[in-house]
Ligand binder design. Structure first.
Ligand code: NAD
Length: 255
């Protein structure tokens, strides 16, 4: 059956970690524009409130540190209380960067990267899944990276985390997709945000290398990721699960 607008997210409620800035905020903008309610999760109340003002009445915020793994269920309850609707889209997007040679990366720093990206995503996924499975409706989306697809120097911890998310996403997709819950990942290319600025600071050669291997010869915008997130979360993608979609101006296939 052809729906009037299969790309619309009317009636959906999306919880977006790291939703107050960068890619998360871009996804929030695009989801609100297509009819969803969004709940932004981050650590800094003032950043979240600024984002909520930008987004308007369909946006809410809950301040929360995703590395507090045993509080994941409390976060989902708080989010559902503030919108009075169940979370139907979970975007595991919060992340930190670590640019260091592998030989200089100490175990504590490595662990924090894994905890922020992977363990936090697992805890939140577990917290939303029973509700989604009970309603036989949901979409769980992970923000991976080019570092999950090919080798990039100085980011061993980050690459380990982003690759782990893809494996977790695939396995989960095989378990829950027959029960109305789809699971996917986006692998953003190089997108202009705070994390990218930090990664490229004082490293002109790296910036040149990125652009030279990106067929579109430009960095992306948070909205480029946002529209991909809308598509994957929408009824238009109802037969899509277990994929990692590069949104990268061609970087992952460019030579
Ligand atoms: P960003 O720094 O603006 O966003 C990261 C967000 O995560 C921030 O809002 C931050 O507050 C939040 N966060 C970090 N640790 C947290 C914690 N413990 N609890 C709650 N929130 C926490 O940078 P971004 O580029 O928008 O990054 C968003 C995601 O996209 C990250 O997972 C990043 O790895 C990924 N990514 C970014 C790019 C890029 O080029 N910008 C490329 C590929 C992947």
């Amino acid at each position: 059956m052809i729906t009037a607008n299969p790309f619309a997210l009317d009636g959906q409620t999306a919880l977006i970690t790291g939703g107050g800035t960068g890619l998360g905020l871009g996804m929030a903008h695009c989801m609100v524009a297509t009819g969803a309610r969004v709940i932004l999760v981050g650590r800094t109340e003032s950043t979240l409130q600024q984002a909520v003002r930008e987004l308007g009445p369909m946006a809410h915020a809950v301040a929360h540190d995703v590395t507090e793994l045993d509080r994941a269920a409390d976060l989902v309850s708080a989010a559902e209380r503030c919108t009075d609707t169940p979370v139907s889209i979970l975007v595991n997007n919060a992340g930190i960067h670590l640019k260091k040679l592998a030989v200089e990366t100490d175990p504590d720093a490595f662990e924090l990267v894994l905890k922020t990206h992977v363990l936090a995503a697992q805890a939140l996924t577990q917290a939303v899944l029973p509700g989604m499975l009970g309603r036989t409706h949901g979409h769980i989306l992970f923000t991976s990276s080019m570092a999950g697809l090919f080798g990039i120097p100085y980011v061993s911890a980050y690459a380990a985390a982003k690759t782990a998310l893809i494996g977790y996403m695939r396995s989960l997709a095989t378990e829950v997709s027959s029960q109305g819950v789809r699971v996917n990942a986006i692998a953003p290319g190089w997108i202009e945000t705070r994390i990218l600025k930090k990664a490229l600071e004082g490293d002109e050669a790296r910036a040149r290398k990125i652009l030279s291997r990106t067929p579109m010869a430009q960095f992306g915008t948070p909205e480029d990721i946002g529209w991909a997130a809308v598509y994957l979360s929408s009824p238009a993608a109802r037969f899509i699960t277990g994929v990692t979609l590069p949104v990268d101006g061609g970087a992952s296939m460019g030579f």
